[in-house]
Structure formats: C-alpha cells, structure tokens
Write a protein that binds this ligand. Structure first.
Ligand SMILES: Cc1cc2nc3c(=O)[nH]c(=O)nc-3n(C[C@H](O)[C@H](O)[C@H](O)COP(=O)(O)O)c2cc1C
Length: 206
C-alpha cells in the first residue's frame, strides 16, 4: 500500500500556519488517494535519541570501515530504528516554521539522526556522495513570519528552505515541491488562504 509520511515540525498545533496548510493538503490528498496510508510523525512527540559521543563514534566506524564496539552498536540501533521508520514511505510531506532564519531545532535534530552513511547516503572515492532515498516525491510547506522573496537581501536571510532542500537532495530526493506561507506575521489570513489553495491543487495532482 502506498504510504505518505507526514513530518510535522511546529509545536503551535491549532495556531500553526504550516500545520493548517498541511491539513488542507492532507484533506485533499485523502480525497484524491482514498486507499493510501498516511502516517504522521510529530517531531514534538517523538523521543529522538541524543547524538552522543558513542553515536558519533559509531558513525565514524562506518565511514572508516571499522567494527563498532557493543556500546556504539547499541547507540546506533536507536538511529537505525528512526531511519527505518523514515524510509518506510513512498511519499513525504514536511511542514515547518522558520525559526531564526532556519529550521526549528527538533527538525534539525531529526535530520542529524537520519542523515547517515550506508543508510540514507553513500560515499565512494570514485563516484563521491550519492543519496539512497530516491524515487520518492516530497512536499515541503514552510511558514515564515517575514517575506523572503521580496529582495536579494531577504533571499540571503533564508536559511530555512535552501538548507532543508540541500539536505533532502543530499539523501536522494529529486522531486521536491515547496509551498511557502508568508508573511504570517503581517498578512497571516491572506497568506494562509493562498497557501491552502496551492496545497489542495498540489495534493489533487500528485
Ligand atoms: C523561536 C521563533 C523564531 C522565529 N524566527 C523567525 C525568523 O527568523 N524569521 C521570520 O520571518 N519569522 C520568524 N518567526 C516567526 C515564525 O516563522 C512564524 O510565526 C511562522 O508562522 C511559524 O510557523 P507556524 O505558524 O507553523 O508555527 C519565529 C518564531 C519563533 C517562535
């Protein structure tokens, strides 16, 4: 069964613009694909493992082709469990707020866990880096208090979307559709209405 994994990164729930737009997307998606399964990963409810010294050592053992110690392997199991859940989907929806021009820290933590050698990317001296999460479309719904396409200076302040898209590309995503909800602080209702319409159209066309 086709599965869409929805990764939710705002803690504001009922008041969140990114979540409201994601909900509009999901309502339209359910209508268009009644047989698809939708799973939600709320990053504010998920117990993400700390990226401890053992976890980092476990990662470098893989990069250097060495055997992990039992403590490292134990730490690495928690990483593998999160990655297995992440990779067990055919389509992805991310919704996120901009925080301090970048990602909310829960999403950064999640990305630090899932972007791992041998699991979501590979490296070889001959061919360099290659992503392993391939052939799956992703939709990104990004809410921002300000407006980031209005001038070159504003574009340069946006470390939210370029960063997330770079990381998703790095692990193999090639088909990424982005919907922005902005400026939520100055024109929230109008921004919301426009983004919801875009979300409904995108969901129906997927
Ligand atoms: C901790 C924090 C930091 C923020 N930093 C920025 C920022 O750097 N730039 C911006 O345009 N808006 C910023 N905002 C405003 C949010 O991006 C805006 O409220 C957006 O609607 C949040 O998404 P949400 O409604 O889905 O939670 C910040 C909000 C919070 C709570």
């Amino acid at each position: 069964m086709t599965k869409l994994l929805y990764i939710e990164a705002s803690p504001r729930k009922d008041r969140s613009y990114s979540i409201k737009v994601a909900s509009a997307f999901l309502d339209a998606y359910r209508l268009a694909h009644p047989k698809h399964k939708i799973e939600t990963l709320d990053l504010w409810q998920l117990a993400l493992p700390e990226f401890t010294s053992e976890t980092i050592d476990a990662k470098y053992r893989i990069l250097h082709g060495e055997q992990q110690t039992s403590a490292e392997a134990k730490a690495w199991e928690k990483v593998i469990a999160i990655i297995d859940r992440f990779k067990a989907a055919d389509r992805y929806l991310f919704s996120l707020p901009m925080w301090n021009f970048g990602l909310p820290y829960k999403l950064k933590h999640f990305l630090d866990i899932i972007i791992q050698p041998g699991l979501t990317f590979n490296y070889s001296p001959e061919s360099g880096y290659s992503g392993l999460v391939t052939g799956r479309p992703a939709v990104v719904i990004a809410a921002r208090g300000g407006e980031y396409a209005s001038s070159p200076a504003a574009v340069a302040m946006d470390f939210q979307l370029p960063y997330l898209k770079t990381l998703l590309n790095f692990i193999g995503f090639a088909d990424i559709n982005v919907i922005t909800v902005e400026p939520t602080l100055a024109r929230g209702p109008a921004a919301l209405a426009k983004a919801k319409e875009q979300a409904r159209q995108l969901a129906a066309a997927m």
